[in-house]
Design a protein around this ligand. Structure first.
Ligand code: ADP
Length: 247
C-alpha cells in the first residue's frame, strides 16, 4: 500500500465524499461521461475497464492483442484478464478516498471476484452502486454519435454534446475518434452480452440496500445532479468508515 493520503486527492471544497462507487448500466448509457464529471466533482479517480483495455490495444500488448477482436465484435473480455487489471489499479494510493468503477463488474464471476477482493483493499469502505437507465433506441443513437478524444479521453456526441469545432476536442485540439465498436452491428452484440451477462449482476446489487437506479435521460448536469442526490442518500444508509480497520 502507498502512503498517499485522502486529503491529497480531495478538493478543499468537497464536504462530501462518495467513497467507492460502481457505475452500472447498458453500453452508451453515459457511465463514462458521468464518471468523468464525478471524478472532477469529488477528486476521486475513474477506473474504466474499457479505457484500460483500449490502452492495452493501443500499446499492442499481448493482452491488448487478445482483447481487440473480442471488443471490436462487441463481446466481453474474459474475467481473469479484466479482474487482473482492476486488481492492479485498486492497489494504487489514489483510490484510498474512493473511486468510480465504470463498466465493472460486468459478469457474475467479476462481481464474486470483487466481493472477495474488497476486504483486502486499503480500509475497504462498503461499495454503493448506481445504475443508469436509458431506453434502447436512445442508446443506439448515443453509441453511433459518440466520439472520444484519444488524448484526454473526453467524450462527445455528434447529436447531443458536440465539440465547438466539428471533430476536434475542445480541451486539447486533438482530432476526435470514433470507437471501432461503436457501430450498429457491434451495439446489438454488446446489448446481448449486457442482457445475458450483466443484467444478473445488476439484480445482485439491486437486492441490496447499496443500490439506486437513476434516469439517464436529460442534460449532463441534470443526470449528474440526480447521481449526486442518489449518492448522498445511499451514504446516509451505507456510511463510509474511513478510520483504519483494527485487527
Ligand atoms: P460500453 O460500456 O459503452 O460498452 P466500454 O468502454 O466500457 O463501453 O467497454 C468496451 C468493451 O470493452 C466491451 O464491449 C468489452 O469488450 C470490453 N470490456 C470493458 N469492460 C469489461 C468488463 N468488465 N468485462 C469484460 N469486458 C469488458
Amino acid at each position: 500500500m502507498t502512503t498517499d493520503s485522502a486529503a491529497q486527492h480531495t478538493p478543499a471544497s468537497a464536504e462530501f465524499l462518495p467513497g467507492p462507487v460502481l457505475l452500472l448500466g447498458a453500453p452508451g448509457v453515459g457511465k463514462g461521461t458521468q464518471a468523468q464529471l464525478l471524478m472532477a466533482a469529488f477528486g476521486i479517480p475513474q477506473i474504466s475497464t474499457g479505457d484500460l483495455l483500449r490502452e492495452h490495444v493501443e500499446n499492442r500488448s499481448q493482452l491488448g492483442i487478445r482483447a481487440k477482436t473480442l471488443m471490436d465484435s462487441g463481446q466481453l473480455v474474459p474475467d481473469e484478464i479484466v479482474n487482473g487489471m482492476v486488481a492492479d489499479r485498486l492497489t494504487r494510493g489514489d483510490t484510498l478516498p474512493g473511486y468510480i468503477l465504470d463498466g465493472f463488474p460486468r459478469t457474475e464471476g467479476q462481481a464474486e471476484w470483487l466481493d472477495a477482493k474488497l476486504p483486502d483493499l486499503h480500509n475497504a469502505p462498503p461499495l454503493v452502486a448506481i445504475k443508469l437507465h436509458v431506453a434502447t433506441e436512445e442508446l443506439l443513437r448515443r453509441i453511433t454519435g459518440r466520439r472520444t478524444c484519444p488524448t484526454c479521453k473526453r467524450i462527445y456526441n455528434m447529436y447531443t454534446h458536440p465539440p465547438a469545432i466539428t471533430g476536434i476536442c475542445d480541451f486539447d485540439g486533438t482530432p476526435l475518434q470514433h470507437r471501432s465498436d461503436d457501430t450498429e452491428e457491434a451495439f446489438y452484440r454488446r446489448m446481448a452480452e449486457y442482457d445475458t451477462k450483466t443484467a444478473p449482476v445488476i439484480e445482485h446489487y439491486r437486492a441490496q440496500s447499496c443500490f439506486r437506479e437513476v434516469d439517464g435521460v436529460g442534460s449532463l448536469d441534470q443526470v449528474e445532479h440526480r447521481i449526486i442526490v442518489a449518492l448522498r442518500d445511499l451514504r446516509a444508509h451505507v456510511p463510509l468508515q474511513l478510520a483504519p480497520v483494527s485487527h
